[in-house]
Design a binder for this molecule. Structure first.
Ligand code: PEP
Ligand code: MG
Length: 628
């Protein structure tokens, strides 16, 4: 079967539409080829399609064979005709936070407000007000304790325990009772005391003071709700398969529910790299963030369809969209069965380039999923999530346990642990500076660690102690100057000397850097002489090269890893690494982008690290990369 078609895709067949075309074609068994200018490309091969160089307005020939050729041709023709973009007008691209399609009932996650009450009560009502206070305090403490006891997530448990300690603190309760005895209403006493305590705690000279202050505010809010008989909303109230609609999702709420039960998540705020997005990807829950432009329609919606890979949100989808999603979900299921074949493959391109496809992880809880997905080790372990989840910096021993546990799960493969990367989009209450005008250009990543040896050294010591348990590599985030690598090496030497004197067992590890700043790209030749490897963080590298905030949906069209400037930077980094004999990996979100995988490999990248859900798909793509 053969058909001519005029390509009306905006801008022609460049990386982005090619990714969509490849995705569309994989839903069919038929082999469809595009013939153009004497060349031919299978619509499943992004590399070949790129090489065709089809421009908008050019005519190409489609040729197909296989049992579902007719349907495949129809859909591909519609796509090339530019019809698909016009067929979904209600959809507004936001931030593609976690891949996957979902359609289901909307669950509006909005916390109740405390109703206004008079600040004072009559003298005759003081005793009953006191009983009201004591009853609410007892119920609240019991509820938080019960929640802590049944959460499987260690970080959440710690946060809940910290909250229950505060809720039953005798000084807090005595102050409240004193104020109520003096005639204040219990709600006013709770709100006023909570605010005062939080302010005092925040002023303490303690790196985690602001975290404690936030806990105090949470306890006061929960207690005021309890006094009024209002229950705080939890994600556990959402029905199975629901699409959560929220302003943003705090770590506590996410950690406290069985995420896999949910259909999807839509947040008005948030970013690809926010804590919530990372957790959603880790659990394979489709998510779209930055949907602010659709706020009104989302808040009123009863059903929502989302395409997490494309950042599409469709409030109250019509019957045609429902059908489209059902078909796509069925195709995705079929595809998942095919992908199983690639799970245990160590992929090589047809020309014989071996590529390591590793997992990006943020917690030990994600290990099972990574192993089941066929991860060839860990290419990025984001240690900051351990710090963000905990009630204070995790102790050296706790970190040692976590690092050792990850190494033990990958006896055959490297495990790359990134040192603490907080600041900017990953603020940590109590550790990151709050008064920076430009946090993304401020004291973050390695800059913060070097300014806080009290936080950095326990991490380095824990890494040295864990090293004998496997193939450990360590990398530094946000490096912009060689001195940062050298200063870290000095600290590691100090830690090693201390451990030796203490008689504590330890080992060694390769020390590499993340390439995330334009400075690192431009001095890659210098850095490559002292770093054991490069891992390119395309999320930050794109933001800094394009001067486009990775969190700001209004500049998302600029913050693209497929921009020629980013691709040129990656090529330059690979060339510098090759001159100095070190390897290069990619651990930003672009590592799993089907349109970019061939370009990265052609540039010389030998490791790609991504969310576990993308591993088998990328392995399959690598094995089919003709010409590489
Ligand atoms: C990156 O910047 O690409 C990266 C992997 O680091 P993070 O997203 O955690 O900042
Ligand atoms: Mg980064």
């Amino acid at each position: 079967m053969q058909r001519n078609i005029n390509v009306r895709v905006k801008g022609g067949l460049h990386a982005r539409p090619i990714a969509e075309l490849v995705r569309l074609s994989r839903a069919f068994r038929a082999d469809i080829e595009i013939l153009h200018d004497g060349r031919v490309a299978l619509t499943r091969s992004s590399m070949k399609l790129l090489m065709l160089g089809v421009k908008e307005g050019q005519t190409v020939t489609l040729r197909g064979r296989g049992d579902d050729t007719q349907t495949a041709m129809d859909q591909i023709c519609r796509f090339l005709d530019g019809a698909q973009a016009q067929a979904t007008p209600p959809a507004k691209p936001a931030i593609a936070a976690s891949d996957g399609l979902a359609i289901g009932p909307a669950f509006h996650f909005v916390q109740p407000r405390v109703h206004p009450e008079p600040d004072y009560v009559e003298a005759c009502a003081v005793e009953s007000e006191l009983r009201r206070l004591q009853g609410a305090a007892a119920r609240l403490t019991a509820r938080i304790r019960a929640d802590a006891a049944c959460t499987a997530h260690a970080g959440t448990r710690q946060i809940l325990q910290a909250l229950s300690d505060l809720a039953e603190d005798t000084e807090w309760l005595d102050t409240l009772a004193g104020r109520v005895r003096a005639g204040m209403s219990s709600v006013a006493a709770v709100q006023q005391t909570g605010t005062e305590n939080a302010r005092q705690i925040a002023a303490l000279d303690d790196p985690y003071a602001s975290a404690r202050a936030e806990d105090m505010r949470s306890v006061a809010h929960l207690m005021a709700l309890e006094l009024q008989g209002q229950k705080p909303l939890t994600l556990n109230a959402a029905p199975d398969g629901a699409i959560i609609v929220a302003d943003e999702l705090p770590a506590l709420d996410i950690g406290n529910t069985d995420l896999a039960r949910l259909g999807g998540i839509v947040c008005m705020k948030g970013a690809v790299t926010s804590h919530a997005a990372i957790i959603a990807r880790a659990y394979g829950v489709p998510a779209v963030f930055g949907a602010e432009a659709l706020r009104d329609r989302l808040c009123a919606a009863h059903r929502i369809a989302i395409d997490g890979a494309r950042g599409l949100v469709i409030p109250d989808p019509d019957a045609a969209t429902e059908q489209q999603f059902a078909d796509a979900a069925q195709a995705a299921q079929k595809d998942a069965a095919d992908l199983l074949r690639f799970r245990d493959v160590a992929p090589q391109t047809p020309a014989g380039h071996a590529i390591t496809v590793a997992a990006n992880l943020g917690s030990v809880a994600e290990l099972d999923r990574a192993c089941a997905a066929g991860a060839m080790g860990v290419g990025l372990f984001r240690t900051e999530l351990m710090f963000i989840d905990a009630a204070g910096p995790p102790a050296e021993d706790d970190q040692y346990q976590v690092y050792s546990a990850i190494l033990a799960r990958f006896p055959e493969h490297p495990v790359i642990i990134r040192t603490l990367d907080i600041g900017a989009d990953k603020p940590l209450r109590g550790l990151t500076a709050t008064a920076e005008e430009n946090p993304a250009l401020g004291v973050r990543g390695i800059r913060l660690c070097l300014s806080r040896p009290d936080v950095f050294k326990p991490q380095l010591r824990a890494l040295l102690r864990a090293a004998p348990h496997g193939h450990l590599k360590v990398m530094l985030p946000m490096v912009s100057d060689l001195s940062e690598l050298r200063a870290t090496r000095d600290l590691i030497d100090q830690c090693r000397t201390e451990l030796t004197h203490e008689g504590t067992a330890h080992g060694t590890f390769d020390l590499g850097i993340m390439v995330e700043t334009p400075a690192a790209v431009l001095t890659a030749d210098l850095l490559a002489q002292e770093a054991a490897f490069f891992s390119i963080g395309t999320n930050d590298l794109t933001q800094y090269l394009m001067a486009a905030d990775r969190l700001n949906p209004n500049v998302a069209q600029l913050c693209r890893a497929d921009h020629p400037s980013v691709l040129a930077a990656i090529k330059a980094v690979c060339a510098a690494a090759s001159r100095h004999g070190i390897w290069v990996g990619i651990c930003g979100e672009a590592a799993a982008d089907p349109a970019l995988v061939p370009l990265f490999i052609a540039a010389g990248v030998t490791e790609l690290s991504m969310s576990p859900g993308a591993i088998a798909r990328v392995k399959r793509q690598i094995c089919g990369l003709e010409g590489l």
